[in-house]
Design a protein around this ligand. Structure first.
Ligand code: ATP
Ligand code: MG
Length: 418
């Protein structure tokens, strides 16, 4: 059995003092939790972490690592003693494995142990000629523009050698930035927005407006599956999904509001509900997947008219991303294939012929005065169902013992997994 080691770096922390301490504590706790099903050993040092594991589980370790925000980069490292001969032998092994064709090469030595008798330069000068003698045909020394760099780090307890530095998730450990409420549709954008918020340290709860049976139950299933993907990044690998019964409000809008304003008013209702729920639960912001100009409801005038009904901060991580950039991330985080499953959600079940591109607050208010929406919103808020989702969820736990809608019941009876 061959053991491997990964070295994890936090990068140059902008944070100082107590924040830095909180940051590192949270990364450690996320890491431990994500790896809890794997046989790994951790060595926690103040500015870095080593993980020890059997090479057979390398893929799983790397996968789990990709779910931990706050980690800047990592390397596969080889550990040896601080003895120069041992360092040389280890270096040879690495080069044998790693270098297959002629490359521009450099050795970069760091001496964290200042009591070590040689300086970093002296270590390089000792190692380089002996190493090059063995790999003369493959290595061309080029310290300015190397293709491969062998890093040697001499620390008190051991010497570590590695070649490549791989990029990790980056950002801040999820949770240290407080909590936000993600408006999650079944589309491509909102899961990506949720991922980016978590990457920047914000823990999220999911808020989904469901209009079953106006919309098919498969659209709820889609949202559950997206929630599973997002749960991978959360502390405890668990995420709360709030299903908001939106059908009555939706129908009232379709019945009362002039065609071009339907989407605009629908979104004002969604924002109102999201804000009220967030305030009830001390959630600090709303997050959504809006991107400027993408559709009629996302022009600046639309955003202004919709946002007018709320007071809470609204984060739009994708506001200036184009669709291709968003799709790229959604493929990376594996939400894309779920998002493109073809089922309508409440915004696509009825698409107005001429949605207004430049709505105004005055006209929106006029449209809203045509019906009494307050009782509908109150009713919706009262009947939210909360599900706890993790990647293995194949049944649903109802947090507050909410009534299950008939449609969901029927779906479950047919053997659907919700
Ligand atoms: P997405 O790909 O995320 O569905 P979209 O481009 O289809 O986005 P819209 O349908 O206009 O855009 O929605 C904009 C944002 O509003 C979504 O990104 C999401 O945050 C929120 N949203 C839309 N529909 C719902 C819904 N049924 N439940 C919760 N949030 C929603
Ligand atoms: Mg959508």
């Amino acid at each position: 059995m061959k053991s491997e080691k990964i070295l994890i770096r936090f990068g140059d922390l902008v944070l100082k003092g107590k924040n830095k301490h909180t940051f590192i504590k949270q990364v450690r706790s996320l890491l431990k939790e994500k790896m809890k099903k794997l046989e790994v050993k951790f060595l926690f040092q103040h500015d870095r972490i080593y993980i020890d594991f059997d090479e057979k589980i390398e893929k799983q370790v790397v996968k789990q690592l990709s779910y931990v925000s706050g980690i800047q980069s990592y390397s596969f490292v080889y550990q040896t003693t601080n003895n120069l001969d041992d360092i040389l032998e280890t270096a040879k092994k690495i080069l044998e494995k790693d270098i297959k064709e002629k490359v521009r090469f450099k050795i970069e030595t760091k001496r964290a142990d200042k009591l070590y008798p040689l300086t970093s330069q002296e270590i390089t000068r000792e190692i380089a000629p002996r190493l090059l003698a063995n790999f003369d045909h493959l290595l061309k020394v080029d310290v300015k523009n190397p293709e491969k760099t062998l890093h040697i780090e001499v620390r008190k307890e051991a010497t570590y050698l590695y070649m490549e530095t791989l990029k990790a998730m980056g950002g801040f450990p999820v949770g240290i930035g407080g909590k936000g409420l993600l408006m999650l549709s079944g589309g491509i954008d909102s899961p990506v927005a949720g991922y980016l918020a978590m990457k920047q340290g914000i823990a999220i709860e999911l808020f989904h407006f469901e209009s079953t049976p106006l919309t098919p139950l498969e659209s709820v299933q889609k949202v559950v599956d997206l929630a599973k993907v997002l749960s991978r990044y959360m502390p405890n690998t668990t995420i709360k999904l709030h299903l908001v019964p939106f059908r009555e409000t939706h129908e009232a809008i379709l019945k009362n509001v002039s065609d071009p304003y339907i989407i605009n008013i629908m979104r004002r209702m969604m924002y109102r509900l999201a804000e009220r729920y967030a305030n009830l639960k001390d959630i600090l912001c709303i997050i959504n997947g809006e991107s400027v100009g993408q559709v009629a409801s996302q022009t600046l005038q639309s955003i202004k008219t919709v946002e007018n009904v709320t007071n809470i901060p609204i984060l739009r991580p994708l506001i200036t991303n184009d669709k291709q950039e968003i799709i790229k991330i959604s493929k990376d985080i594996e939400s894309y294939d779920i998002s493109i499953r073809a089922f309508n959600d409440c915004c696509t079940v009825y698409v107005p012929k001429n949605p207004i591109i430049r709505p105004t607050v005055e006209d929106a208010l006029k449209e809203e005065s045509k019906f009494d929406y307050e009782p509908l919103l109150e009713e919706a808020l009262k009947n939210i169902q909360t599900l706890r989702i993790n990647p293995d969820t194949d049944f649903v736990i109802y947090e507050h013992g909410f009534e299950v809608t008939d449609a969901i019941k029927a779906y479950k009876e047919e053997g659907g997994m919700l």
